[in-house]
Design a protein around this ligand. Sequence first.
Ligand code: GLN
Length: 297
Amino acid sequence: MSVGVLALQGDFREHREMLDRMGHYAYEIRKPEQLRDLDALIIPGGESTTIARLIISNNFQEPLREFCASGRPVWGTCAGAILLAKHVDRLDRPGIETMDISVVRNAFGRQVDSFEADLEIKGVEGGPFHAVFIRAPLIDAVHHPAGAIARLEDGTVVAARQDNLLATSFHPELDDDTRLHEYFLSIGRGIQPQPRTLPEGLSHAMAPFVDETGRLTAWPVKERIQREAIAWLAHRFEHGRHYTEAEVNRVLDAAHSFHDAALLRRLLYEWGYLDRERDGSRYWLAGPHVAEDTHAS
Ligand code: GLN
């Protein structure tokens, strides 16, 4: 699928990178003509008054309204949700005004500028979704044909769907959980994706980076996920066995596909999973199970 992210202001890059990792063609959209060939569009978080201003000055308003009317999926996250709403409290100029929801900007007040919450989202399988809210709007009214699909514990609506349109007041592109992006893209295909079965021992955060055999297909940007990936790779080595550097590389080559065994080998060592001779001639799995006699092979 070819997916665009409106790139006038805000965190469009994070969405694009997530879509790239999911294997889609993702484009940063800066001109109305670029909308023509897209299958789906994301309007990212940022500063909604600034994005609204740029939408008008770049002649995007009508093309965006037409895109929404064309039935192709459009997803507004945070400021993007504000721009999709027909009614907005405190926005000094019109946005796209297409979804039958009403939103209140900066609704959670200064004292809770940012917070996180685990949400059940209707249509998203596999357990709660960890949502990050940053100076977020809340959705204070949802009118038919729009419907709420996620709420905070106190009942506040934070995600809504209306046919091909999706609005979330949080930022799903800041974590590594791709389920909501998958849900969004499935709107265009008219189907719900099957929840993916991950190899045992892998968390959802790792899902974008492994194939079904457990092989790493891309290197995560976040160190937390990198550390999980390295711990995962360490399972490929046998306790008590010694490996030459070439043998380590062979194990790693079978376990990843982005051709950077040297990086993985170095991190396995630096993060304490592999020990090695000073000159790098031999490696072995570190930890309590290492054979006493390091000369046995
Ligand atoms: N407070 C911002 C606005 O009203 C939205 C915040 C965001 O997108 N993270 O534009």
